[in-house]
Design a protein. Structure first.
Lengths: 263, 289
């Protein structure tokens, strides 16, 4: 290892430490100190900034989760998260991408399903914000499609569209918190949510279970026929699926969720 | 390559003097896109915020560029790291430069990655011959790969290395000369580092290869008692204005930028700071603002 690489390794290893640095050979080897600061004090500036910056970034992306856990609780979560998932991507925007999964799998946070649901919702908004653009589907382009061609149709959904199956109405809590209506813990209830971007603004739309199941299958590449048959079989509610599918399709098109139909 | 007083890096590459600009921040989007201010002649954007697939930032960049000159300024190139240059990063930056077509692009003389981690900070390099050679080689590669002039910014620092064998200004000058790149000269960073490390900022200003400076940065900082922290959270202080005048007298008319990234004020306050910069610039250059 070159001397330059060794110095950078020492620097990096020092500033990601969770607690204030103690006198060490590494600090003395690296830093010279100044008229006003010891070698340790110089390194400590960078260590403090590392944590301020990374905690601050995650507070910004997960404000409701932060409010639920409180300052100390959230900092403990961030420390554990960064221990398990050290930042490896150049953009701070990506720092929280594994946080929902981490919360879902790691004690003590995993014991409270509301925390996972809130983390999933807040991250979905981050992902929807700068996902690729796509022109909305022009309904007129489907005017001449024969009815018997529809079962073989494959839909491409807008790249910003995020599908979430939750156990709590986490977005209602998020909205209440953001609008200053408090942070009252909601009762558990199965919630199916789509978060998406339209005309550069972000929205959330709740779906019923059947519609969500159909959208989920379509997003995974099934044809309209395969998806509707699959949902009908799985739910045992084929008549309802058949009755509602036209309305769902019209609604999703009006919300710009569908950007392309392959026939 | 050394540039004489009559052939600067700016002239060689056709880099314009844009006057005084400010950093473009989403908070000011509506103010800027519906007319801006006559005191703000151009905008700088943080490159990484626009190296994304789509969405509001990219849309606003398009509207911004339709009205104003815009220069991209990166924070994540990690030109001084000993790890390989990030190919994904370079590809995305290349895409952004193609989209924007700026006369040049900038980033910092620092490292941001070490031991496989992204530290998301502008960490100073040791001022050694080894570091010079390392950075020079990487700047040449980046300039070649991205096919347009590149300028390095001096960072503020809170740490001095035992290993350093030259001053920061000697290091900066040698890198720029040997890599044949431009300089984005941040006079607030000079002031912060001078106070933190006990040197005279005027010595630094007088020593840089002025003919390589394509842009000057100005900002505020925070006094933490035993050190100054480069926060971009306040007005530019008087000693920094003095350093600015000293610097622009040496460089001649170059684009100047006021940065404000924390405790961001109303757009009118930022525009007033830009107007103040124009006044200092005019006084130094002995021209009308």
């Amino acid at each position: 290892m070159s001397r330059l690489a060794e110095l950078q390794r020492l620097f990096g290893a020092s500033i990601v430490r969770e607690s204030p640095l103690a006198e060490s050979d590494e600090a003395r080897e690296l830093a010279a100190g100044s008229h006003a600061m010891s070698p340790l004090g110089q390194l400590e500036v960078y260590r403090e900034q590392f944590w301020i910056r990374h905690v601050g970034c995650l507070v910004e992306d997960f404000p409701t989760l932060h409010a639920l856990l409180g300052v100390e609780g959230f900092e403990a979560l961030v420390a554990a998260y960064l221990r398990a998932h050290p930042p490896t991507k150049f953009r701070l925007r990506d720092l929280g991408e594994d946080l929902p999964r981490f919360v879902a799998r790691t004690s003590p946070w995993a014991e409270d399903g509301l925390l996972t649901d809130v983390a999933l919702v807040e991250w979905a908004f981050v992902d929807a914000f700068d996902a690729a653009d796509a022109p909305p589907l022009d309904p007129a382009s489907l005017g001449g499609v024969a009815e018997d061609a529809w079962p073989a149709a494959r839909l491409t959904l807008h790249p910003s569209l995020q599908r979430l199956a939750l156990r709590h109405p986490a977005n209602d809590l998020r909205v209440a918190f953001r609008t200053g209506q408090g942070l009252e813990r909601p009762a558990a209830v199965d919630t199916f949510l789509v978060i998406y971007r339209r005309d550069l603004l972000l929205y959330a739309e709740a779906l019923d279970a059947l519609a969500f199941a159909l959208l989920d299958r379509l997003a995974k590449g099934e044809t309209l026929g395969e998806a509707s048959e699959g949902v009908a079989l799985a739910s045992g509610r084929s008549a309802e699926v058949e009755a509602k599918i036209g309305d769902w399709f019209a609604r999703w098109t009006s919300l710009s969720w569908i950007s392309r139909v392959e026939l | 390559m050394r540039y004489g007083p009559h052939v600067s890096f700016r002239e060689k590459h056709g880099i314009p003097d844009l006057g005084v600009g400010v950093g473009y921040r989403p908070k000011h989007q509506e103010d800027v896109l519906v007319g801006g201010s006559p005191d703000v002649r151009w905008y700088e954007v943080v490159s990484e915020n626009y190296m994304v697939p789509g969405g509001r930032h990219l849309a606003s960049l398009e509207r911004l560029q339709a009205q104003w000159p815009v220069i991209p300024h990166g924070v994540c190139l990690s030109i001084g790291a000993t790890e390989e240059l990030d190919a994904d990063y370079l590809a995305r930056l290349k895409g952004l430069l193609r989209r924007m077509n700026p006369p040049y692009f900038t980033d910092h003389l620092c490292f941001t990655r070490a031991a496989g981690r992204d530290l998301h900070d502008l960490l100073p390099l040791p001022y050694t011959k080894e570091a010079v050679a390392h950075v020079v080689e990487r700047v040449r590669r980046v300039q070649g790969e991205l096919e347009r002039p590149f300028a390095l910014e001096n960072v503020s620092s809170y740490l001095t290395y035992n290993d350093s064998t030259m001053t920061e200004w000697e290091f900066l000058a040698e890198v720029a000369e040997r890599a044949d790149c431009g300089l984005l000269f941040d006079v607030n960073n000079v002031y912060v580092s001078a106070r933190n490390h006990g040197f005279d900022g005027r010595t630094y200003v007088d020593a840089i290869p002025a003919e390589r400076v394509v842009q000057i940065h100005l900002a505020g900082h925070l006094d933490k008692g035993t050190y100054l922290l480069d926060t971009h959270s306040d007005h530019v202080c008087d000693p920094v204005w003095e350093l600015y005048e000293r610097a622009i007298r040496r460089t001649g008319p170059v684009s100047t930028l006021v940065e404000w990234d924390e405790a961001i004020p109303a757009y009118a306050v930022l525009a007033a700071e830009a107007a103040r910069a124009a006044t200092h610039r005019a006084a130094a250059l002995k021209v009308a603002p």
